[in-house]
Design a protein around this ligand. Structure first.
Ligand code: GLN
Length: 476
């Protein structure tokens, strides 16, 4: 076992170079730890054989001095991102037997740069949830306090990183699923601009909101990884063309001016400790020379409502292709016709939250209600995008807490609406398509971590890294 496990890519690679431990030592360490901490239920499967083979190659590369940017870096991947030759079940019985026929683009790029994919992590079924309790493979525990939830839907990725079962983890973020669990587990969680990196090989939840994000303990690691994966991909037509990226960035150089939506922060239901921590963070920034602007963003008060219209509409559409015939986990018994096949297999292989979203989504898209719900939601979404674009003309960063409370007791938020309210601060970034990051910002009286959420203008993901690094120096 390794005594001083690394907390950043730089630290790991320095140790490899100094021969304090080899890549193989580190991979074996993580694989052993994953096994020792099975009770967390953070990791669904490890890819031992391949990981050890890749570690051997990385060790040889360190010997010859011929290394790549992510040489030897062990990464865990959320169960909805395809890793060739391995099951990608999206936390569902519906895809229990689905073996990925190819690598997602982000996985291909990470592997090409020397990273080692060591396994897949547990998640809320089809990325629907905010607590890690909706997986068909059992709930994940928060390693900081096992009676608490780790957040979700990228529950396993956040928990595994916090428990030191990997150095970097990937997740997907449709309405907060990287940032909220990062906040609950005390690590960094980043969601890129919509189209910032490729989603080819991501099992879709809600396509106009989905992004692939990164968890790390050091914000520089996220910056490095995003430098590598943040590229146009011909396999994903929604990725921003490379030619446009520099243009967008150059228009938005980092200024030390931040805004926060003052009414939104005053919303009912925000824990007083969370609010105090947020105010403290603003104070810290003032000392550091930041100008702080309280602003009003009218459209924000509709964010949660329109998110749950758009999300359910798109989820019901995306999941309509799942019939369970080839990939479902189990037998559905005698079937007389297609009708019966669909109802039996979807009844059996989908969990309750997935069914709830499909029903809600089918309703908001149905004839007669489409304009009243989906149509209106799209209009408000456009207004919200515009509001953010205008705001980012003057400020570089918009701040909010990541979540209205710290990690809650497992089983405490059984009622779906209470759980949906958890997403109040994270959904605006997905609706507006802008990048956002959750930054660890201290601990509550029970010792659970707070997250400060920073958002930046579309395409200006770099500004988040600059800000997070600056903020970190202050709180140390
Ligand atoms: N908690 C949110 C939801 O359940 C976010 C999910 C996500 O980002 N995948 O919709």
């Amino acid at each position: 076992m390794i005594a001083n496990i690394p907390h950043s890519i730089y630290e790991a690679q320095e140790n490899f170079k100094l021969k304090n431990y080899s890549v193989t030592d580190l991979v074996v360490h993580y694989l052993t730890e994953i096994n020792n901490k099975k009770n967390l239920n953070a990791v669904l499967e490890t890819f031992d054989h391949e990981a050890l083979q890749a570690a051997k190659i990385a060790d040889e590369n360190f010997k010859s001095g011929n290394t790549r940017l992510l040489e030897g870096i062990p990464i865990l991947v959320k169960d909805c991102i395809l890793v060739k030759g391995h099951v990608a079940s999206a936390g569902s019985k519906m895809l229990e037997k689905f073996v990925a026929p190819y690598d997602a683009t982000v996985i291909r790029i990470l592997k090409e740069n020397g990273a080692i994919i060591i396994g897949r992590t547990n998640m809320d079924e089809f990325a629907l949830g905010g607590s890690g309790e909706n997986s068909a493979y059992g709930k994940t525990l928060n390693p900081l306090d096992e009676t608490k939830v780790p957040g979700g839907s990228s529950s396993g990725s956040a928990a595994a990183l916090a428990a030191n079962l990997c150095l970097i983890a990937l997740g997907s973020d449709t309405g907060g699923s990287v940032r909220q669990p990062a906040s609950f587990c005390g690590v960094y969680g980043f969601k890129p601009s919509y189209g910032g990196n490729s989603r080819f090989g991501l099992i879709a939840a809600a396509s106009s909101l989905d992004t692939i994000g990164v968890f790390a303990k050091d914000v520089n690691d996220i910056k490095l990884i995003y430098d590598i994966i943040g590229k146009q991909d011909t396999f994903d037509g929604t990725t921003t063309p490379d030619s446009l990226r520099t243009k967008i960035k150059s228009k938005n150089n980092f200024k030390k001016i931040v805004a926060y939506p003052k009414e939104y922060i005053e919303s009912e239901g925000i824990d007083s400790e969370v609010k105090n921590n947020f105010i403290q963070s603003l104070e810290t920034l003032k000392l550091k020379g930041y100008e702080i602007k309280p602003v009003s963003l009218e459209s924000l008060k509709y964010a949660l409502s329109i998110y749950y219209i758009i999300n359910t509409a798109e989820v019901s559409t995306n999941l309509s292709r799942m019939e369970g015939l080839r990939f479902g986990g189990g037998d559905v018994g005698e079937i007389k016709n297609y009708q019966e096949l669909f109802s039996k297999s979807r009844g059996k292989f989908f969990g309750p939250e997935v069914k709830r979203r499909i029903i809600l989504g089918s309703f908001v898209l149905s004839h007669g209600y489409f304009d009243a719900y989906y149509g209106k939601a799209q209009i408000i979404r456009a207004k919200m995008k515009e509001d953010f674009a205008n705001l980012f003309k003057d400020v570089s960063i918009v701040l909010m807490p990541t979540a209205p409370a710290t990690a809650f007791v497992s089983g405490e938020k059984r009622d779906p609406l209470t759980l949906y309210l958890e997403d109040i601060f994270t959904v605006p970034a997905n609706l507006a398509g802008v990048p956002a990051i959750s930054i660890p910002s201290g601990f509550d009286s029970a010792g659970l971590p707070f997250g400060l959420q920073a958002m930046a203008a579309f395409g200006c993901d770099e500004n988040l890294f600059t800000f997070a690094e600056d903020f970190k120096l202050d709180i140390i």
